[in-house]
Design a protein around this ligand. Structure first.
Ligand code: GLU
Length: 273
C-alpha cells in the first residue's frame, strides 16, 4: 500500500497547548511519514520563542519529524505564482472593502440575515464588477464553480464519508473568499493548499474547527491542478467549561504542565489518547 504522509502545521503565534499536543499526536500516529510545517505567514504575530517552543514541546512528547522543516515565510514567491495563476484564469477580483464596509453592506435591509461562512460573513460582492487594480484578492466563486461544477473529498474523521458540495452550496455558504490580504499578499487557504501538495501530504489531519475551510481548499486544488488528499478532522480538546482551547489559553500550555512535573504519558491521558 502507498505510504501515508501526514503533517502537523502549527502557527508560531502562541505556546502549544493540549489541543496542539492532541493534533500532533494524532497526525504522527496516522502517518507512515510525519512532516512538520511552520505556518508563519502572519509575520506580525510570529515570535521566534514560539517556534522554538514547538520543537521543544514536540520532542518532549516523543515525536520525530522529517527534516528540513517547511517554513511558509520562505515560500512567498511560490504562493504569489499560484495566486497569479488564478488571476490569469480570470477567476479573481480586487476588493477594497474594509471589515466595516462589509458589515454596513450586509446590514442593508434587502440583504436579510447575513450567512456566516468559513471566514466570516459571506462577502456581499460589492467590488466584484468594479475593476479595482489594488486591494485584497477575492475568488469569484460563481466563476470558479462554473468551471468545476462540484467538489468532493474523502473525510475519515469526525464526519466520515465521501463529502460533496454543489456549486450553489459553495456560492451561498462560502462565497467570494479572500485569497490574499492587502497586508500579507497571500492567505492561509493558498499557502496550505500549495504546501500540502509540495510536501506530498496524502492525509491532512487537523482539528474540526478547520472543517469548513476544507471545501475551499478542494476548490483551490482543482483550479490549480493539485491533488486532493484525504482529510481527517479530529475532535477538539475543550476546557472544563466545554470551550475550545485557544492560543491565548496559556494556562494549558504544554510547557507549563512540563514545568509542573507532568510526563508525556500524563499529556496523552489528559487528551484521551
Ligand atoms: N496553522 C493552522 C493552525 O495552527 C493549522 C493549519 C492546518 O492544519 O491546515 O491552526
Amino acid at each position: 500500500m502507498a505510504q501515508r504522509v501526514t503533517r502537523f502545521a502549527p502557527s508560531p503565534t502562541g505556546p502549544l497547548h493540549l489541543g496542539h499536543a492532541f493534533a500532533a499526536l494524532v497526525a504522527a500516529e496516522r502517518g507512515d511519514r510525519f512532516l512538520l510545517r511552520i505556518e508563519d505567514i502572519d509575520q506580525p504575530r510570529y515570535r521566534r520563542e514560539f517556534e522554538d517552543g514547538i520543537y521543544t514541546d514536540l520532542k518532549w512528547l516523543g515525536l520525530n519529524w522529517e527534516k528540513p522543516v517547511f517554513r511558509q515565510s520562505t515560500r512567498m514567491a511560490t504562493y504569489d505564482a499560484s495566486l497569479a495563476r488564478l488571476c490569469s484564469m480570470g477567476l479573481t477580483y480586487r476588493c477594497t472593502c474594509s471589515r466595516g464596509d462589509i458589515k454596513a453592506a450586509l446590514s442593508a435591509p434587502q440583504e436579510g440575515v447575513p450567512i456566516i461562512g468559513p471566514d466570516g460573513p459571506i462577502y456581499p460582492g460589492t467590488c466584484r464588477a468594479k475593476g479595482h487594480r489594488q486591494g485584497a484578492v477575492r475568488l469569484d466563486m460563481v466563476k470558479a464553480m462554473a468551471r468545476l461544477g462540484e467538489v468532493r473529498f474523502t473525510e475519515t474523521g469526525t464526519r466520515a464519508g465521501e463529502l460533496f458540495y454543489s456549486a450553489s452550496q459553495m456560492i451561498e455558504t462560502v462565497g467570494d473568499i479572500a485569497l490574499a490580504r492587502k497586508d500579507i499578499g497571500t492567505s492561509y487557504h493558498i499557502a496550505v493548499v500549495v504546501d500540502d501538495a509540495a510536501q506530498g501530504v496524502t492525509e491532512v489531519t487537523r482539528g474540526e474547527d478547520l472543517f469548513a475551510a476544507t471545501a475551499i481548499h478542494v476548490v483551490l486544488q482543482r483550479l490549480l491542478g493539485l491533488p486532493t488528499p484525504a482529510y481527517h478532522h479530529h475532535r477538539l480538546i475543550r476546557d472544563d467549561q466545554g470551550k475550545r482551547l485557544a492560543k491565548r489559553d496559556d494556562a494549558r500550555a504544554l510547557a507549563k504542565y512540563r514545568d509542573e512535573g507532568a510526563t508525556p504519558a500524563d499529556i496523552r491521558a489528559m487528551v484521551g489518547l
